[in-house]
Design a protein around this ligand. Sequence first.
Ligand code: MG
Length: 276
Amino acid sequence: MDTIPEITIASLIDRYDVLLLDAYGVLVNSSGALPGAAELTHRLSESGKPYYILTNDASRLPTTAAARYRACGLTIDPDRIITSGLLLKGHFAAQRLVGARCAVLGPGDSLRYVEDAGGRIVSPSDAFDVLVIADESGFPFLETVDATLSALFHALDRRQRVHLLLANPDLIYPSAQGFGIGSGSIALIFEAAMRLRYPDRTDLRFVRLGKPHGAMFAEALRRSGTRNMIVIGDQLETDVAGARAFGLDSVLVDSGVTGASSTPRLPPTYRMRSLR
Ligand SMILES: [Mg+2]
C-alpha cells in the first residue's frame, strides 16, 4: 500500500464536512477503545464537527451501543450511531413487510430492531414469512440453525414466499481469542443449503443491508445532507468498497481486520496507521 497517501485526522477534519467512522477495528475492539478514539470523539464533539458511526452491528440498539462505548471511555450520542439494524425499518416499509411473521437470529436488541420495523416475531421453528439474520450471538447456534433451516425448507417445499434478510453481512470479526465467524457466514450456510435442495431457484439469496451495500451510506447522506463525507474504516471489503461504490472517499486504518501488508485491489483514498 506504499503508493496510497497517508493522512492525518486534522487534515480530514479540514477537507471534509462529515466524518463517517466505522466502530469495530477503528474506535473499539474486544478489549476496549483503540488508541486515539477517546481524543477523537471528544475533539469532534467539542468542535461541533458532524460525524456518524457507521456500524454493521445489528445486535445492539444505538442506545445500547452508546452505553457500551461510554464504558470504554467514548461519549457518543445514540443519534450519531447508524447501525445495520436500523436499516430494517426502511426495508420493511419499502417491501411491505410490516406485520409479517419474522424469525430472527440474534440477541434481544436484534428482535427489537425487527419489531421497530413492524415485524411480528415468531420462533425460528415456527412458520415465518421473513427470515432475518441479524447477528451470530444470542441463541444456541446449531439447534437454532437446524430448526430455522427445517422451517425454511418446509415453507419453500410448499412454494411459499420467504423474504431473506441479512442485516450484518460481515463474514468474520476479530475477537479476543483471534477471529470469529460473523452473521454473513451463517447466511452463506443457508444459501449453500438452499442451492443443494433447490438447484433451480436462483432467487434464494439474502438481501444484504449493511456495508458495503448502499443503504447505510444512503442513511448517512439523508442525515447529513452532504456528499462531502469521508469513510474511515478498517476493512477493504466493507468500508472501502462500500464508500467507493457510493462515490465517497475513504481512509483505511491499519488497526483492524485488513492488515497493513495487504495490497488492495480497490484502494482507499488514504491510509492511516491509527487514529493518533
Ligand atoms: Mg470494522
